[in-house]
Design a protein around this ligand. Structure first.
Ligand SMILES: Nc1nc(=O)c2c([nH]1)NC[C@@H]1CN(c3ccc(C(=O)N[C@@H](CCC(=O)O)C(=O)O)cc3)C=[N+]21
Length: 297
């Protein structure tokens, strides 16, 4: 049996075309959404993702505000940039690419962002709303990768009600908030969050209907660990050196042989990554609609 593909590229393209209509409606009211990005340092992976995000904006007619900052920027100077973006009317929403260099206080930066301009859905206030509200639709942004995973499954007509979901990795952009989304009444999954402190990961994998691999550990999830027919989402993106070519390449957390056992598999690249970017655009458009007083639901 070979897994069916959760095609993030095609799904993201559909979402972008839906957003184009909503952007057209905003522009007819004289409103052009603007996405800001704050990138500190010169990590090649982060530059790739930020460039891809701005390419998406250009294709959709969303304004781009790009702040690439030196890796040795002080906390105080970074906070000044955050204050500028909070006050900039052309910036509907923005993100601070994580992780930040270790000398910077990531929490203080995220908290300093205006919650209404948080395009990532990672501001404590917005994550707090997710903790507090299990049943209603929220009027605040959802974290992009977790929401991208939900949207990818829904648009392939896969429903998680009653399913056992194993999330591997407790990072702030994926693992930690994902359970908050999947345990909402509208989805009703049961979620286990595994991490580096988990004992006997294979025991959890063997009973998981859905596996979200977001640990950043290349090839960690292999076919023999999976429950036959499991739905597998490969989220991890780690730069590794290709042993044959000696060149840097991106590796996912799921080994190639998983496709022989899984029922569904999101390719990497081409799965959750494009969905993350599509959800970011959706958060920016929703923020513009909210600021324009357009009811979005
Ligand atoms: N505050 C913050 N928010 C993030 O959402 C965030 C972050 N920091 N730090 C880094 C991670 C990583 N990330 C990706 C986004 C898109 C692709 C993506 O589109 N990947 C393409 C391949 C790259 C390409 O070809 O464009 C794919 O999977 O098909 C990958 C990874 C967001 N992140």
């Amino acid at each position: 049996m070979s897994a069916q593909i959760l095609d993030g590229k095609a799904t993201a393209a559909t979402i972008r075309s839906e957003l184009a209509d909503r952007i057209g409606a905003l522009k007819s009211k004289g409103i052009t959404p603007g996405l800001g990005t704050v990138l500190v340092g010169d990590d090649p992976g982060s530059h790739t993702y930020v460039t891809a995000k701005h390419r998406d904006c250009e294709q959709l007619g969303i304004n781009s505000i790009r702040r690439d900052l030196p890796g040795d920027i002080t906390q105080e100077d970074l906070e000044k940039v955050i204050d500028e973006l909070n006050d900039d009317d052309a910036t509907t929403g923005y993100i601070v690419q994580l992780p930040l260099p270790p000398h910077l206080d990531e929490h203080a930066i995220l908290e300093r962002m205006a919650p209404g301009k948080d395009a990532d859905g990672l501001h404590p206030t917005n994550l707090g709303k997710l903790v507090l509200n299990v049943k209603d639709r929220l009027d605040s942004p959802l974290p992009c990768t977790p929401n991208g995973i939900v949207e990818l499954l829904l648009r392939h007509d896969i429903h998680l009600k009653g399913k056992n979901v194993l999330v591997v990795g407790r990072g702030v952009t994926v693992g930690r908030p994902l359970g908050l989304l999947l345990t909402r009444k509208s989805i009703n999954a049961t979620v286990t969050l595994a991490h580096t402190g988990t004992v006997d990961l294979p025991r959890h994998l063997a009973v998981a209907d859905v596996v979200v691999a977001a640990a950043g550990m290349p090839g960690m999830i292999t076919a023999e660990q999976l429950k036959p027919g499991a739905i597998v989402l490969d989220v991890g993106v780690t730069r590794v050196i290709d042993s044959d070519t000696g060149k840097a390449k991106l590796s996912g957390d799921v080994a190639k042989d998983a496709a022989e056992v899984a029922g569904w598999l999101s390719p990497n690249p081409g799965g959750v990554g494009p969905m993350t970017r599509a959800m970011l655009l959706s958060n920016v458009v929703e923020a513009a609609e909210r600021q324009a007083g357009i009811s979005i639901r």
